[in-house]
Design a protein around this ligand. Sequence first.
Ligand code: GZL
Length: 329
Amino acid sequence: MMLALCAGCGGGEESASSGDSGSKDGKQITIGYSQLGAESEWRTAQTESIKQAAKDAGINLQFSDAQQKQENQIKAIRSFIAQGVDLIAFTPIVETGWDTVLKEAKDAGIPVVIVDRDAKVSDDLYVAKIGTDSVAEGRKAFEWVDQYMKEQNKTPRGGGDQYQIAVLEGTVGASVSLGRSKGFNEAMQAAEDGSKYTIAMSQTGEFTRQKGQEVMESFLKSGGRDTIDILFSQNDDMALGAIQAIEAAGLQPGKDIVIVSVDGVKGAFQAMIDGKSNCTVECNPLQGPLLMETAKKILNGEQVDKMVYMDEGVFPAEVAEKTLPERKY
Ligand code: GZL
């Protein structure tokens, strides 16, 4: 399996392949894309990137929003098959349950590209994956917070000799939730001072701001108010909700509770500028141009990498002010 990095795709200029015709054998290319929903700032940016890139590439995009339901994605993929689209792309809300419908796409001779999140299917059921390395994102989040806690030399708020970590997990069963947890936990186990940390509370906030606030409220009420030292939020939207809960409990987010989250959306940069969050690990949603370029290559019979990871960085609070104006989402 070939892996490749989409260099220079990190939050910067997108080089849409504008100008190339989006046609195959003189007929306009049609791509059926099943998007999982519109749950976060990040998701909105990813959708916009795909729609704009299709326009720029002269490709006819059949777009379907599954509103967080896998069965709606499966229905959409079946409808794309019935329409006879040239290529199917989808962002799997969870990593399992796709074999049957992707086999139907294969039997219909329609190539499939898996975008953003991962699906646990055999290699013959898709041509390429374009995604983000969620395990690396989780690892980067722990490594940053470990270095920060060392620099701050803080005493655990609840006494004892361990920092208490609260985790807001993403959608249950999503590859990115599992990956971010894996990366974070493995980095903690591997760290020299890993024994100084313990995960005291962990629950899904479903990647939404509202649910992130609700779950953080429950963490604080169940004893966490005076013991939680660190919040690891698996996306920025849940962290922004958690900040509201932390303030409502009379604590200072970013100071009493150190916050590290994932995505790198503008809201996270503003929270860092306001002193209410400490770090965001980038997860790059600007996948549209790469998807369109990959689709054209596949339909032209060219070889493509089986897996391409987007290029992603880490943004601590001290760089937030100067970086925000450059951010594309
Ligand atoms: C990550 C993406 C996740 C984002 C969330 O690749 O699937 O889903 O981190 C979004 O903001 O809801």
